[in-house]
Design a protein around this ligand. Sequence first.
Ligand SMILES: Cc1ncc(COP(=O)(O)O)c(C=O)c1O
Length: 354
Amino acid sequence: MTAVLDIPVQRVQSSKLLQVALENVPFGKHFTDHMLEADYVNGEWTNVVIRPYQPLNFDPSMAALHYGQAIFEGIKAYKDEAGNAYIFRPDENLKRFNLSAARMMMPEVPAELFLDGMRQLIALEKDWIPALPDHSLYIRPFMFATDAILGVKASDTYKFMIILSPTGPYFSVPMKIWVEEHFTRAVAGGVGFSKNAGNYGASMYPTQLAREKGYDQVLWTDAREHRFVQEVGMMNVFFVFGQKVVTPSLEEGTILDGITRKSVLVLLDEMGYQVEERPLAMDEVMEAYAKGELTEVFGAGTAATISMIELLGYKEEKLHFDTQKFVTAPALKKALNDIRQSKVADTHGWMVKI
Ligand SMILES: Cc1ncc(COP(=O)(O)O)c(C=O)c1O
């Protein structure tokens, strides 16, 4: 067993908490009193500290700003009615974080820094987890290259940080989705499976064009033929054909291996659905829609849990779905939220107590 890190804590003199109304607090706008910080220097992690949340000071030549070695994760912590705090599957985020790090030629972050660091920071900030239904504390671990040099090469130094942001319920209205056939999010051999900042920067322009057409998000398709569906916005996508559910498989490395996706696959199996992870072509989607066999389409991700899709715009076609009739997506949303809010027993061992 690895030793639990003894992280020095520099406390704030007075908390900002009294100035923030936690009820319905908007996502990502308020940050808790403290942050975790660590530096990678000379091949090891050092200077691990929890200190007051504050701006950072950097050299303008800092490598991350120029060549994009920057990765992040998104996780949520919840408080139950008895006041106990839990994090949802952070070990999975650690694995994904280190996969992203390896692809971006960045150092691995050890479990004790990522997980114990997160636990200690949240324990200190426990009062910031809203004890309200459907509220949570959003956890943002991230790492970026800090060499102050303009040579194009992997940085020798990095900073790892964790910041926390209380968040209210995500009132997810059904989404309108544009099936993208011109722009590409990810190619086989590329960086689609990693949660690096550049993937998000590159998606903003195509998403804005889709918004101008009246859609909320883009459904990405494969780079070669624009036939096979990949994922939607910041969510993995699921297609329901009655009792059969299909979601794109991961083997090409073009989509993010979502923790919600992973959890949904387990729950669908337990609910008795036939689940298929495989390439899914838009021709198959169109044919099933025409025959009335495509019953639901939805996205799954940490932010909204499950988001129903009411419209798919594909070429000249508009595929409408009556989300009032959806059965699978609402059942999954309830099942996942019940686990995360500790309303049912955590039979899968997904909730890590702080
Ligand atoms: C591109 C992308 N796909 C899928 C997901 C869903 O992943 P998760 O369920 O781990 O939040 C996210 C959100 O993190 C994402 O950014």
